[in-house]
Write a protein that binds this ligand. Sequence first.
Ligand code: PSV
Ligand code: MN
Length: 407
Amino acid sequence: MTEKHMNFGMQSLESEFGTLTVKKAIENVRNFKVEIPSWIFGRFGGGRFGDYMPPGAARNVREKLDDAAIVHKLTGATDTVAMHILWDFSRDGKEGDIAVAEEVAKESRSRGMKIGAINPTYFLKGSERGSLSATEKQTVQRYINQTILAGTIAGKFGNKLITLWLPDGSLYPGQVELKKAQEILFDSLQDIRQKIDKDVTILIEYKVFEPGTYSTVLSDWGSAYMAAMKMGDNAGVLVDLGHHHHGTNIEQIVARLICSGMKCGFHFNTRYAADDDHAVEPNGEIARIFYELVTGDVIFNQNSQKNWAFMIDQCSSRENRIHAILHTVDSLQIALARASLVDPARLEEFQKNDEIILANRFFNNAILNADVRPILFAVRQEKNLPFDPVMAYVESGYQQQIEKERF
Ligand code: PSV
Ligand code: MN
């Protein structure tokens, strides 16, 4: 798209959706920030194809930060990086270390970046029989301690947010006592909440299955909501788009959680299988999710306490991961712009008159049909950013450089 096309596109957006609405969409895209995960840049996520990794993977946390910094440089929207205790703040891969976290915080600052959500790592060696819901007291204690450390690091060096994802579950009926696992989990979470500063938010993530195939202790929004309620103060649900059955109406879950008043969070990605590995594409589902977030006032609320936490969580083993995360940021901005073009008052007219198809067509004109690239272009021009962050990366020479240096 040339500048001439962009100007023409902007005029047609304004004439269809109104100048004020387009202005609001520009403002929203300008203000949108999303956190990126450190693990997308590292050597995590191989598996099927032996030890195949997309070339240029970061070998340590400093290289992960270098990659995160270039993503921020090209998007202007991603200056915080989520960290995993045992991948990023550990000397031996078994215990977290606050001195390492302090060092990583310094390294982040020197690149113009910040540490974001802190993730206790419950799923590496040692939690095969569960983490916070395990029957062995020692195992539970080990992960409680790691979570408390995560809370301390989040308070000192992060953004006062910790996010918990547990691999706890079972493969066959009879393998574990379902009620017992649930009770141990609730006890552990309550213990954790009491021992972490109240101003640190704790978000609890759920996943429909994996690694548990028969049962999963936190398998859906309801189980995570119940766990967050048990924790009480400053605890919420973390919705990861990839962690649902096919066909789940995720925007409905988002709407429900917003109505509950609980402060929650989102892990963006695309689900093609029942997992969370893929980059976000600018599809209808993600724009509808943004419509709920925008109209639910949990994204640009003046009272920052009301805003949800927005993070990307993806890590596919085949694609170039820096291309993939830049593509995700671009897609999220498209989805946000489209959601911002819907006029809820005009939509309500159709709803009141029970004009089902007209309501749907009106909604989709913005959500599916609007070409919002001129909105993104306007913001990027203003911020002196490249119009196409993926192509700008390809042309930067960074990939060739890291492939040469990292082997
Ligand atoms: C689990 O699949 C998950 O979505 C959690 O958010 C983890 O922290 C992340 O992936 C990395 O394994
Ligand atoms: Mn996740």
